[in-house]
Design a protein around this ligand. Structure first.
Ligand SMILES: [Zn+2]
Length: 202
């Protein structure tokens, strides 16, 4: 059994981070990490269009530099974008200065006040440096779409039971995740669209 939720203590220990959105409405916040990708991101954009869904894409700066047209498509379709560092840097293994530099480099190509740390790993000192400039977005539901051992069809059933209003859900528009992600994205959108949820950008 794979764990798709976070320990409920996390938001209490790290209140400067956004884990989910408080709302009384039927709204979900779907997010994608690690793009843009030249073929996978367009597939995601088409699926989102089918459900009139808006999402948030935490982009890696070097991918934005490689695929600026795909990045512009994301923005032109009304989705939000966020900074996910320039080189997908691990906060725990990087000095604060180098971490901040990498985020600044990404900010040159990603106009956004949203930030998500790669691997969810960020030091308290790094949070302190960033929190006045960025909304640091974590997640409340991890699809684990990148895990090849996972059965995407069973996972859809689990996710559809776990997901609640205001949840921030992580997918990846990356090669590693592509196969599971496309199946699980459709499965979740279909279910919650039927239940009259809307899907909004952060
Ligand atoms: Zn990432």
């Amino acid at each position: 059994m794979f764990k798709h939720t976070i320990p409920s203590i996390f938001p209490l220990i790290a209140p400067n981070l956004t884990w989910k959105v408080k709302t009384n409405d039927k709204v979900l916040y779907i997010t994608f990490d690690d793009g843009p990708h030249p073929t996978i991101t367009p597939l995601v954009l088409n699926i989102l269009d089918e459900y009139n869904a808006k999402a948030t894409f935490f982009c890696v700066g070097e991918n934005v530099t490689k695929y600026p047209d795909i990045f512009n498509q994301i923005i032109n379709k009304g989705h939000a974008v966020g900074n996910h560092t320039y080189n997908h840097v691990k906060g725990w293994q990087t000095s604060d200065t180098a971490y901040l530099e990498n985020i600044k480099k990404a900010a040159e190509v990603i106009p956004s006040n949203l930030f998500r740390p790669p691997y969810g790993r960020i030091k308290p000192s790094q949070i302190k440096l960033l929190k006045d400039h960025y909304r640091i977005i974590m997640w409340s539901i991890l699809t684990r779409d990148y895990d090849k051992r996972l059965n995407p069809h069973n996972t859809i059933k689990q996710l559809n039971k776990l997901i609640k209003s205001g949840d921030v859900i992580v997918y990846h528009d990356s090669e590693k995740a592509q196969q599971n992600m496309l199946i699980m994205l459709k499965g979740v959108l279909q279910n919650f669209h039927q239940l009259q949820y809307t899907f909004k950008a952060l």
